[in-house]
Design a protein around this ligand. Sequence first.
Ligand SMILES: Cc1cc2nc3c(=O)[nH]c(=O)nc-3n(C[C@H](O)[C@H](O)[C@H](O)COP(=O)(O)OP(=O)(O)OC[C@H]3O[C@@H](n4cnc5c(N)ncnc54)[C@H](O)[C@@H]3O)c2cc1C
Length: 219
Amino acid sequence: MIKQAYQYFKNGQGILTSNFAETGGFLKTDKALQRPDIQFHFVVATVKDHARDWRTSLKHGFSNHTCVLRPKSVGSVTLKSNNPTDCPIIDPNFLAHEDDVNTMLAGVKMANQILQHDLIKRYQVCSINQDQNLEDNELIDKIKTLTDSVYHPIGTCKMGLLDDPSAVVNNQLEVIGIENLRVVDASVFPNLIGGNTNAPTIMVAERCADMIKEKWLNN
Ligand SMILES: Cc1cc2nc3c(=O)[nH]c(=O)nc-3n(C[C@H](O)[C@H](O)[C@H](O)COP(=O)(O)OP(=O)(O)OC[C@H]3O[C@@H](n4cnc5c(N)ncnc54)[C@H](O)[C@@H]3O)c2cc1C
């Protein structure tokens, strides 16, 4: 790695030029579904406990991570106290909904099926389901222990209709009930899109920039 780091900083070459998540995929856990419900992030490193397990991370290998695309579990952001300098309590509430657990279970099984292919198996270093004989409930326990985030939180200032009590902003991204205040970021998404959130957030921002310009020109 030291040699690779040297090569990267000197010539911009070598394995550190990888974007890390080199491959991905969108799959349906059930053929009857109209659109994919899981995403794979295939990364060129062994990642355990979000790479906090540095002994695993330093080994050569790869991992294939499974992500539930439209989770039904809803998290929360609440105040810790009435002291404004205290951090809020952010609870993603992962896998609280049974459907999310079942989708994740099916997705992990599909990922494992790929990892068990002869062409890949010989490189494999670690897998959530190394022991092929795990019962579903054992696999679910493992999933619940090992699952973490791919950082796509949204919806804390949801866009919605005026009669929706959970809506914070209207379709112009104006905060309902407060004049001259908009929220323009990923928090306005009413639901998760089926994929990564960066590009849609930029789209929301560009669209709202036009709305702001239009309002300013008309006044
Ligand atoms: C580690 C990580 C990896 C990710 N990878 C991907 C990916 O590969 N692909 C993808 O599509 N999405 C990815 N995402 C998700 C994507 O980055 C977010 O969905 C997107 O950035 C959300 O944009 P945003 O404008 O809502 O928030 P942010 O991008 O978080 O912007 C918020 C901004 O507000 C600023 N800010 C915060 N508080 C204050 C304050 N009090 N005063 C002034 N400024 C403040 C912050 O500094 C920040 O610049 C990733 C997220 C993370 C955390």
